[in-house]
Structures are given as C-alpha cells and as structure tokens.
Design a protein around this ligand. Sequence first.
Ligand code: NAD
Length: 536
Amino acid sequence: MLRKLLENGCRAPALPTAVRSNVLRIFPTRNVTSDVAQQEDPNFHEMTEFFIENARYYVEERLANRADGPGKRPTPPEQKRQAVKGILDIVKPCNAVLAVNFPVRKDNGAIEVIHAYRAQHSHHRVPCKGGIRYSADVNIDEVQALATLMTFKCAVVDVPFGGAKGGIAINPHHYSDGELERITRRFTVELAKKGFIGPGLDVPAPDMGTGEKEMSWMVDTYDMTLGHGNINAYACVTGKPISRGGIHGRISATGRGVYHGIENFLRSESYCKIIGLSPGLKDKTFIVQGFGNVGLHSCRYLNRFGAKCIGVIERDGSIFNQNGIDPKNLEDYKLQHGTILGFPGAQMTTEDLLEAECDILLPAAGEKQITSKNAHNIKAKIIAEGANGPTTPAADKILKNKNILVIPDLYLNAGGVTVSYFEWLKNLNHVSYGRLTWKYEKESNSHLLGSVAESLKQGFGKDIPVQPTEAFKERIAGASEKDIVHSGLEYTMERSARRIMSVAKEYDLGLDLRTAAYIVSVEKIYGTYVAAGLTF
Ligand code: NAD
C-alpha cells in the first residue's frame, strides 16, 4: 500500500517556512510526500525522507514480527506493531534545527547580515556529526536533508554518531580571508551558545567550500570561549590541521573511501555481470563532476589503482581526453590558474559529459545533478555518488530500469566521517595512533627475524640469511598513524559493502543498493532505540 502511494503520488504537505530568527526550533514530524518520486526538481529534504520511507516499507513488518529477546515477556502483536511504528517515526524528522542571523563587518566598513544554519537530525547516538558548508545556495531545507543523510551514513559504516549538518549562505569566493574568519568565529560562538557544538554534543567537519582553515578557526574559537578549561575541547571539530589536533589522512579520506567503495562492488562478479562490466578497476574509464576535495582525491586513487579519468566537469566548463587526464597535473594546474579550463592535458568541450560514454560516472559536486531530465541519456554503467544527494528519486528509478548500478552516497562518501571518527577518538585519547607501539613493534619484528635466523642456524649448522620480503620491509617499522587510518578505513568500507550486498540479496533488491543501505541503517538505528529501552 505504502509502496503504491510512494510510486503514484499523493498531495505534499506544506513545507515549514524557514526560520529566520535567532531561535532553536523543534520541528514536528512531516509525512513524506510521494510526489518526489516523479518530480524533476524535488525538494531535497523530502527526497531524503522518501528514501527512508522506501526502506521502511521493507523493514517495518519484519521488525514487528521479530521475536522478543530471550527472557522477555512476549508483547501482544498490536502493541509491538505500534512500538515499531513509533520508533520508525522518530528516525525521520530532524530533532533540532538552528537558524541564526548575525552581522559581520566587511573589509570596506559595510555591515552585512549573514544567514547560517545547523540541524541535528538524530540524538540516538551522541555527539551529532556532520559538515559545515559555505555556499550561496545553503538554506534550512538543504541543511536538514544533509543532516538526515548523515544519520544514515554514520549507521551504515558503524560510526556511533547521530547526524547533523550546518551551513552558511555565502559564496566564500566573494569574501576575504579576514571576513571569512570573522564569519566563522561568530558562527562558532552562536553554535556554542545554543548547544550546537561541543565534543559530546555536536562535532562539525569540512564540507563544500570549507576545509582545514575554517575548522582551525572554529576549534580556536570554541577553545577560547565555552571550551576553555575543557581538556577535550579540541574534539569539538574534525578535519583540523595536524598541528591543531587533526589526523593524517583526513583530507583525502572521502576520496579514498570512494575508491574503496567502487572497488568493493567491482570485485563482485555477480554485480559486474548484471551491468555488463568485467570485474576489477583496471582500465575502467570514469568522468568526474566537481574537482574539489572529493572529486580530486577520488580521481587520484582511482587513477593510482588502474582506472582512467577521461573527463572532468566543473562549474565553469568541462575538459575531456579519451587517453586519460592526469589528476596530479590537473590539480597543480587548477591551483595555479584557479580553473581547470585551458589545462594542456585535455581538450575543452561543450558536450554534457554527464551523458558521455564511460564506465563510471562520479558526481562529486552538488545535489540533484542526475534527474528525470538527463537520467535517460546516461551511458555510464556505474553511478558512484561521491556527492550527497546527486540523484533524485525519479532518476534513481530510471537508472535502475536501465540496469545502471548506483553506489549510494550514504555508503560511498562515508570515508570522510569514518576518518573524522578516528580523529575525534584521537583527540579524546590525547595521543596519536601508533605513538605508543611504533618502536615496540619495530623491535619485535627485528627480534622475530633474528630468532628465525638463529633457529635455522641451530637446525642446519650454518648461517642462512633471512631476508624480509619487500612487503614485510615496508611494515617492519610498525604502523604509522596514516597506516592505521588507511587500514581502518579500508576495513570499514569493505565490511559495510558486504553488509549492503547481503541485505540486497536477503530482500531481493537487485541493483537497488540505496534501499539496501538504508535498510541496514534503519535496522541499526532501531536496534539502538530498543537497546536504550524505548520499546514495548
Ligand atoms: P568542494 O567545495 O571542495 O568542491 C566542490 C567542487 O565542485 C568545486 O570545485 C566546485 O567548483 C564544483 N562544483 C560545484 N557545483 C558544480 C556544478 N554544478 N558542476 C560542476 N562542478 C561544480 O566540496 P567537496 O568537499 O568536494 O564536496 C563535494 C560533495 O561531496 C558535496 O556534496 C559534499 O556534501 C560531499 N561530501 C564531502 C565530504 C568531504 O569530506 N569534503 C564528505 C562527504 C560528502
């Protein structure tokens, strides 16, 4: 019934108007509109809710029929159904949304009013976690959509946080560094005053238009104000520079995770067979939209492990080279010229590269880039969602019908939040990974080689040199922080991919990995509520 409604559409309830005052708002539950299943340009927040409802359709009945835990008094079926319904209702709306307006003095003396937001979607786990975006398009709906997505993203990769997201409605390129610093510091104070930042409350990170610089200002402001005297104050933000408590591997973590995510699915012979690709990354061609943090680092890793970047789409134009574009050279060129246009290793093109022939299309810019308007023309075999929300529900359905494998955002770009979690733990532990074991491991490995050599000498009566292999030589010195981060990330992406694949099989979802990933998350979040006693 719900499925029918979702597919055929029902009236959308009116959206809450944006809150433009300096107050905390708790929004009521909204019923998802199924119009989003058909719309060419759906509301982003409703789009996210639609995907949750879709997963709910599959899990609600199963959860209600699940046996009571051992030693529990059996619950009457109707009571249990109501309890499951109640818990699943809780996991949809944003718990708390903050909208603030504050003045900032520009370099020319003018005063501008800045509009900024932060949404905490779920407190089933704390702290809440999610990036801060600087973009002219930021609005309260977008922030809520992204916060919602964060809850499900954290759950799918077993990061024990609730979801959050923040944003400031500015184009950062139109402000000087001094102005950006004043805006960032003032926003941090507003967040701190209202309980929207803190190591155990809510932990922002970089997103579009922000990076280490902004995180550094945020942590400094928090440390000097509300966090003063709190030994854990530096855990209030992740994505910081190393010198300010950051972690090796965070900048490239999302891109590295994107590479691992794609690789995990390309390793599966059955998925490759359905979409008509040979298994493995080698020689696969890809086109990336957005050459920022996620796009660039995804390109680097995909290229390093054998795939070929043949096209890059940026805000101001696109470039193409069937023989391959070198990501490092393009990065250097962009840093020097501020644009990818004119890069000597490729040709500029006016063709819409989203619709060009390639094996993998990697949207790594904004949301709603693949819609019912262009989905029919997409020729890639895999859509790898580096960005958050790049595919609308209507497009998702078209892609499924075309046998295109969509590796969904909540799984694929979760590398960033995974390594942010490692950074947060590092800050709480007050010691970098590997610091205590590095020397001990190195010495243990040398002793191991020594004792093998000694045993051989005793057994054969002569010196037999024991040579470590090249791979062992690389590890003999013990694991650095970067090694630990990389291996933790790889393990996380592999384990989550396996779980998503097994749920897709269990529920007979075919190529619908998005629904599978949401089901994985919904079940985990439900489990947290039940474990907390919020049940029958
Ligand atoms: P970024 O600001 O570093 O880069 C975005 C790039 O996309 C910029 O180069 C910009 O010019 C380009 N761009 C913007 N609109 C475009 C358009 N319409 N067409 C082509 N190019 C366009 O941002 P980012 O951190 O790389 O984030 C990109 C996406 O990935 C966002 O959806 C973000 O929410 C998501 N994401 C980021 C992280 C992270 O760790 N930074 C983690 C998870 C998800």
